[in-house]
Design a protein around this ligand. Structure first.
Ligand code: FAD
Length: 451
């Protein structure tokens, strides 16, 4: 390994990959990527950290829904003007297509979209129309392999090489210290550690004195119902995104990650098992699943939303040995679901390993009430979702890193140190994470006179 590079990139998720692609396409040669996980062909789906770490980051085994709306999947619109963001989105999308993403776009707007928008308003819901390019779970890894191949010999990539510290000298980025004690110098450091690196980056920014504010924590349940019940929404919107403000608590509640004909899956991070969902491009189940998440922002003196989310997730694990599933009918009757009751349920669970149980022992009243209210509102536009046979899986938790104080090019107060992607608390999806890498790379190109 060289001990000096022009650019060092931490992580190899979409944010880091798109930073590297942009630099390489513009002739930058002296780049190193340090990734604590494995290369794509060695990664295995569903094995704890391996699911989230390695080439492709958290997106490698994801459903691969590329959201084509600049307003969804992060907060980059607060950093970059709308027209520039739209241009970057188009460029990133073209890159994905050039590496094998399908050409078709789902959820294109029509008269039906407008009608649904109006109907949702009457039900007290805000409908956010959104176009999606759907890679499908089985196509993500091959696409990432193509990108990896294209980068061979153009950038030094080190797997299973965690970065321990970022170091700065005289207010300027100077390089990184690897876990094995090697110091690597660099003129520019780009850090894209993702949500899986949230705790590490939190410590690092505190040590470096980079200001940040706690992000909200989103806690909720995954809902599963026969695909036919949600057909009206999934036919029009594919990824139907609704926002609701709960009557009792005025909390922001939203649907997230809708998977038509998909399956519910578990996600394990640091031994905490949570629930998620995905769908294949070709293989179909009889059900559709989506999450309902309640956003909570804590005020003084509490500053650990990630700790709070983990606590709730651990509680579900404690009671259910992992993920708990409950029929909505059983929740109303104040009793647990049992294997027998689940067997009699019209909706058959796609996650067979979930333990039938009682989610009212897990979620705070505030969250449960808000979720039930939103399901009731959704039932007005998609009758049948508020049924006794709807399945609820818990818990689904989205931890976000503290939002860091960053410049419009995502630079920290330390000159030439950039923080990108989900780990910087500014993006929440593949597309915006990718764009964040491009924004930073473009700035570096300017500084080294290549743009
Ligand atoms: C199951 C699942 C499904 C998803 N589905 C979708 C979807 O359909 N559509 C969508 O838009 N988004 C989806 N997402 C979210 C999406 O994957 C993320 O928003 C995106 O991957 C964030 O990119 P990133 O580069 O910021 O971070 P990540 O992809 O998380 O990558 C960060 C990388 O940095 C590495 N790293 C961390 N710390 C260090 C360190 N100290 N040293 C070295 N390496 C380090 C990690 O190992 C990891 O590989 C999904 C996420 C999950 C978990």
């Amino acid at each position: 390994m060289q001990k000096r590079y022009q650019v060092v990139i931490v992580g190899s998720g979409p944010s880091a990959i798109f930073a590297a692609i942009t630099l390489i396409m513009n002739g930058v040669k002296d780049i190193a990527i340090f990734e604590k996980g494995k290369d794509i062909q060695e990664r295995k789906r569903g094995r704890g950290m391996e699911l989230l770490c390695g080439w492709g980051g958290a997106g490698a085994f994801s459903d691969g829904k590329l959201t084509l709306s600049p307003k969804v999947g992060g907060f980059l619109c607060e950093f970059v003007p709308q027209t520039e963001l739209t241009n970057l989105l188009k460029k990133a999308d073209d890159i994905y297509i050039s590496f094998g993403a399908p050409k078709e776009v789902q959820g294109q707007s029509s008269d039906k979209t407008e009608a649904l928008y109006q109907e949702a308003k009457q039900a007290g819901l805000e409908f956010i129309p959104m176009e999606i390019r759907h890679l499908g779970t089985e196509n993500c890894a091959p696409l990432l392999k193509e990108i990896r191949e294209a980068m061979r010999d153009k950038v030094d990539i080190f797997f299973e090489t965690p970065v321990k510290e970022i170091f700065a000298e005289g207010g300027k980025a100077a390089g990184v210290l690897l876990e094995d004690g090697t110091r690597v110098n660099a003129a520019f450091v780009i850090c894209g550690p993702g949500r899986v690196g949230a705790e590490w980056i939190k410590k690092e920014v505190e040590r470096l004195g980079i200001p940040s504010v706690p992000s909200p924590v989103d806690i909720g349940l995954r809902v599963e119902a026969p695909a036919s019940i949600l057909l009206k929404l999934t036919d029009i919107a594919y990824e139907a995104k609704f926002i609701y403000y709960s009557k009792t608590f005025d909390d922001r509640v939203r649907t997230f990650c809708m998977n038509p004909y998909g399956e519910v899956v578990t996600e394990t991070i640091n031994e905490i098992v949570t629930v998620n969902g995905h769908s294949y491009a070709k293989k179909k189940t009889e059900n559709t699943n989506f999450a309902i998440l309640v956003s909570s922002t804590f005020t003084e003196p509490f500053k650990d939303p990630i700790g709070y989310g983990k606590y709730i997730a651990r509680l579900a694990n404690l009671l259910g040995n992992g993920v708990i599933v409950q029929r909505l009918g059983d929740l109303f009757d104040g009793r647990r679901s049992t294997p027998d009751r689940i067997n009699r349920c019209i909706t058959q669970p796609t996650l067979a390993s979930a333990t039938p149980g009682d989610l009212s022992f897990v979620l705070p009243y505030r969250h449960l009430k808000s979720i039930i209210e939103m399901l009731e509102a959704l039932d007005r536009i998609t009758p049948g979702i508020f049924s006794r046979h709807t399945l609820l899986y818990g818990v689904e938790v989205k931890f976000y890193t503290n939002r860091l104080e960053l410049s419009p090019t995502l630079e920290t107060k330390i000159h030439n140190l950039f923080l990108i992607g989900d780990g910087a608390g500014i993006t929440r999806g593949l597309m915006q994470a990718s764009i964040s890498g491009m924004i930073t790379a473009n700035e570096i190109l300017k500084r080294i006179g290549k743009n």
